[in-house]
Design a protein around this ligand. Structure first.
Ligand code: SAH
Length: 211
């Protein structure tokens, strides 16, 4: 149920449903997704569904992770990436294999503590996890050539957009009741926005939870 063969079936499904970035497919083929959910749910980890990860949050479905990674990568190499909403760390693990370095920010302290242990056990080293409000970004580590946000918002604050390189992009779900994937790209003249398919994410919340 959690074998390499199950993982390969997931990759085949993603390819059939339209993911074309072979680098992302091969990366997702190497990451043991079942280790990112509670043991009771491990047998469902490779199904194309979002699953609960405690604290009222969810691990994004394989499709969503592949799709957002594909949009973020845009067929070019990524140097420094910021992820907002670490959750269980699966997307972080994928990004760590796509980018030179990944900063990931999570507002729920105890969730991040568990994720930190998990990613350490998997020996993922080119990441830095921060317990903070992701809406503020990480000015000291900026600029980023990619920012990915895995919780829905109606608006991206200017402070966050300012942390993108020229040519960089942010990929996130935009909306409230009705949500769509959205890309905002920063170029020399300003920002360009593209709205894509409808999606379903938990909301972004400002402030942090310590315990
Ligand atoms: N990529 C994660 C998604 C988790 S759900 C995964 O697949 O596991 C979204 C996450 O965003 C939750 O863990 C939630 O706590 C976090 N989040 C919501 N608002 C946030 C904020 N302002 N700053 C940082 N993280 C936030």
């Amino acid at each position: 149920m959690t074998s390499q063969r199950t993982r390969m079936r997931m990759i085949e499904r993603l390819r059939n449903y339209g993911i074309t970035d072979e680098i992302i497919l091969s990366v997702m083929g190497t990451i043991p997704r079942h280790l990112f959910v509670e043991e009771a749910l491990a047998s469902r980890a490779y199904e194309d569904v979002a699953l609960p990860i405690n604290y009222g949050q969810t691990i994004s479905s394989p499709w969503m992770v592949a799709r957002m990674s594909e949009l973020l990568r845009n067929n070019s190499s990524l140097n420094k990436v910021l992820e907002i909403g670490t959750g269980c760390g699966y997307q972080t693990a994928v990004l760590a294999k796509l980018a030179n370095y990944v900063y990931s920010v999570e507002r729920i302290g105890p969730l991040l503590t568990r994720t930190r242990i998990r990613l350490h056990k998997l020996q993922i080293k080119n990441i830095s996890l921060k317990h903070a409000d992701g809406l503020l970004g990480l000015p000291d580590a900026s600029p980023f050539d990619g920012i990915i946000m895995t919780a829905v918002t109606t608006h991206i604050p200017d402070t966050l957009l300012e942390q993108l390189t020229i040519g960089g992009r942010i990929v996130f779900p935009r909306g409230s009741n009705k949500q769509n994937l959205c890309i905002i790209e920063k170029n020399a003249n300003g920002y360009e926005e593209t709205m894509l398919e409808e999606v379903n994410f938990v909301p972004i919340i400002s402030g942090v939870i310590k315990k």
